[in-house]
Design a protein around this ligand. Structure first.
Ligand SMILES: Cc1ncc(COP(=O)(O)O)c(C=O)c1O
Length: 385
């Protein structure tokens, strides 16, 4: 008996769809509709009073719901539109003098972070990209060797988006700190699926979003910054919401808020923050540890089924080295993925990796059997060959 299957009734799409794509877009909880109605009702009935009745504080109060999922404390997280914004805020806190101008990151980091870092070259930053031998993972030893006394920032994905390989955040953070560098971890592919504790790891920055494992929908990216760093960080990407007293409308320059609000900018993305809440509540109710235990069981089962079906697996076989996704490599992966969608089996495809299949806490074992046998027969179908 799988107690987490009791949650299935909370996710309408599961009634007619095999939903194995929560690493891309988590299923919508039924209660999110009520939250979005609450947003509309509040706007309709409270009007401008809504700002002081909660809307203005939503970037921090919503972060408080997310905090236990990543081991942060209340008041330490701010909500932004996406990772691109959150990482741009981090970058805008940093200087790159020649003596400390290196940004060390991995070639398999998510594109948006790499695009942002390369834009910092004109400010003196030198981007060091740790290569991957197999296109799926990065050697931790090679990573550690790339970090030195000239490193300003290490940007590391906790779980790599293409292969779901889990990286050794503890070792990378320890090395970075020993060299006087800061660490920014992208938790998008781990938070809600893999236990993470930003305090225990002593991370300086953590970013992520709510679209995937957190089932929070788009528009709710988050930023954690280690509190003892706050007084020393003055983002260049800023705005009036970061001011100590925004409604005084003081003349420039900005006087930063003492708390995490100093990392805000403009008017918050209010409907997205209503939408994000129910996913966080559900993940908190279940607990990430229980989700992870089920995920390891089901990803192991997927790997076993794929091996029996003769489908190559491009995800680490050691459960301690992988996140929640299993990547299956069939030659016509893009076509197979489209054909699966026509059968209401939702997965996705990434070039250079394969078909990404992701069970979440609401997945039934039979759905894994169904998906793998459909992939096996579609991969062999002459019309898709
Ligand atoms: C690891 C990771 N970071 C970031 C993103 C997305 O960045 P943004 O929130 O800016 O769209 C994704 C996927 O969409 C991702 O997998």
């Amino acid at each position: 008996m799988d107690p987490l299957l009791a949650w299935r009734s909370e996710f309408p799409i599961l009634a007619d769809t095999v939903y194995l794509v929560s690493h891309s877009l988590g299923a919508m909880p039924a209660r999110t509709r009520a939250r979005l109605n609450e947003f509309a009702d509040t706007w309709a009935t409270r009007g401008v009073r809504a700002w002081e009745e909660g809307w203005w504080d939503l970037p921090v109060t919503t972060g408080n719901l997310l905090a236990p999922i990543i081991g942060a404390a209340p008041g330490e997280i701010t909500l932004h539109q996406n990772v691109s914004t959150a990482q741009a805020i981090v970058n805008s806190c940093l200087d790159f003098p020649p003596s400390r101008n290196k940004i060390v990151t991995e070639s398999l980091n998510f594109t948006t972070n790499l695009y942002l870092f390369h834009r910092l070259e004109s400010l003196g930053a030198q981007i060091v990209t740790v290569p991957s031998d197999d296109g799926l993972s990065i050697s931790t030893e090679r990573y550690l060797a790339s970090i030195d006394e000239r490193t300003r920032l290490v940007s590391v994905s906790h779980v790599l988006f293409k292969s779901s390989a889990l990286q050794d955040l503890a070792a990378i953070t320890a090395r970075a700190h020993a060299c006087g560098a800061l660490v920014s971890a992208d938790l998008y592919q781990s938070a809600g699926a893999v236990p993470i504790d930003v305090h225990a790891l002593n991370l300086d920055f953590a970013t992520g979003g709510s679209v995937k494992w957190l089932c929070g929908g788009p528009g709710a990216g988050y930023l954690y910054v280690r509190p003892d760093l706050w007084p020393s960080l003055e983002p260049r990407f800023t705005g009036w919401a970061a001011h100590r007293n925004p409604f005084a409308f003081d003349a420039a320059p900005i006087e930063f808020a003492p708390g995490a609000e100093r990392f805000l900018h403009g008017t918050p993305n209010v409907p997205a923050l209503y939408s994000a809440r129910s996913g966080y509540e559900i993940i908190n109710e279940i607990g990430v540890q229980a989700i992870r235990e089920k995920s390891i069981r089901q990803t192991s089962r997927l790997i076993e089924l794929a091996r029996e079906a003769g489908i190559p697996v491009r995800t680490p076989s050691d459960p301690a080295r992988r996140g929640g996704v299993v990547t299956l490599d069939v030659p016509n992966g893009a076509d197979v993925t489209r054909a699966l969608a026509r059968q209401n089996i939702l997965v996705d495809f990434r070039p250079g990796a394969g078909i990404r299949v992701a069970p979440h806490f609401y997945t039934a074992d039979e759905e894994l059997d169904l998906a793998v046998s459909a992939i096996q027969s579609l991969a062999a179908a002459p019309e898709l060959a």
